[in-house]
Design a protein around this ligand. Structure first.
Ligand code: PBG
Length: 331
């Protein structure tokens, strides 16, 4: 009887560390990361967020220090989210267009701390500024008004650009807002300010800890299903992305991240544009809970999930694990 040997042994290249390195198809570096940061009023303030263990809100001085830390770690960009004080929230979210609001002051604080060594991405949406926690203006029936909201978002993006934001990132899911913001940026001398559109943003149960962080969880009335996407839909995400590209988005985002990697892949294959994903607060909390429960190794879970985004086709990932991941990748 002649022995039968497999013609191909896929285990052969896996046998040694050098060979695995040689055959690796994707790489993850600190330059793939965008670090979301929460800003709060005061000085010398660090407020831990209960549902996001290891993540804090920082006052402006701390935000400057975090940005310096990012530069030192090789993280190219930070994303800012404000925890607006209750007395600055209103039904119309007018604080969003105040050129001296917390967000704008945070942009300037980072510029003072780091100059042009880091990219600053600002969130465009009204939920951190409204008393009802919705991302836009609501009518008497609680419906989020599209076009009236877009007018406010345009003003919000402009004060952020004026403060020095490099990338404005509308996370509100109103129709037509990318085109309106792009036109306004051009008209006001901000032709080089980029737009990263939250193009395929789903009405997700994974945003809970974020809403704690920006103080909107207790305020939110109803849900966001009237504007954020149905998790059942994939084709619709491609239509959202097509519109945002046509309206002038420089890059598009899929959000949440891990449960939606199929969307990342479909967007990347269909459109030749930079695609980013947001590994959102609930995903971060799941990894932290698993690690705390001894169900998995934190560092390995973080690096594996971030690599999965690269493999799916992402140019980069917004992740609260950015500083940890960068530290691990820099050794
Ligand atoms: C809202 C916004 C949300 C997040 C980013 N921008 C939450 C929401 O839509 O309610 C979530 C990010 C996260 O969970 O980490 N403009």
């Amino acid at each position: 009887m002649t022995a039968h040997y497999p013609a191909t042994r896929l285990r052969r290249p896996r046998a040694t560390s050098w060979s695995r390195a040689l055959h690796r198809e994707n790489i993850l570096t600190p330059a793939d990361l965008i670090w979301p940061l929460f800003v709060t009023e005061g000085a010398g303030v660090e407020e831990p967020i209960g549902t996001l263990p290891g993540v804090s809100r920082w006052s402006l001085d701390g935000i400057g220090a975090r940005a310096k830390e990012a530069v030192a770690l090789g993280i190219p960009c930070v994303a800012l989210f404000p925890n607006t004080p209750a007395d600055r929230r209103s039904d119309l979210g007018a604080e969003a267009t105040n050129p001296d609001n917390l967000m704008c002051r945070a942009v300037r604080a980072i510029r003072d701390a780091c100059g042009d060594d880091i990219g600053v991405l600002t969130d465009v949406a009204l939920d951190p500024y409204t008393t009802h926690g919705q991302d836009g203006l609501v009518d008497d029936a609680g419906y989020v008004l599209n076009d009236a909201t877009v007018d406010v978002l345009v003003g919000q993006a402009l004060v952020q650009a004026e403060a020095g934001a490099d990338i404005v990132a509308p996370s509100d899911m109103m129709d037509g807002r990318i085109g309106a913001i792009r036109q306004a940026l051009e008209q006001h001398g901000h032709a080089n300010v980029q737009i990263m559109s939250y193009a395929a943003k789903y009405a997700s149960a994974f945003y809970g800890p974020f809403r704690d962080a920006v103080g909107s969880r207790g305020l939110l009335k109803g849900d966001k299903k009237g504007y954020q996407m149905d998790p059942a839909n994939g084709e619709e995400a491609l239509r959202e992305v097509a519109l945002d590209i046509a309206e002038g988005a420089d890059s598009v985002m899929v959000k949440p991240g891990l449960p939606y990697l199929d969307i990342v892949r479909r967007v990347k294959e269909r459109f030749e544009v930079p695609v980013f994903a947001y590994q959102v607060s609930g995903e971060y909390a799941m990894i932290e809970a698993a690690a705390a429960a001894g169900a998995g190794d934190r560092e390995a879970l973080v690096l594996e999930t971030l690599m999965a985004f690269k493999r799916a086709g992402c140019s980069g990932v917004l992740t609260y694990h950015a500083p940890l991941a960068a530290r691990l990748l820099n050794v």
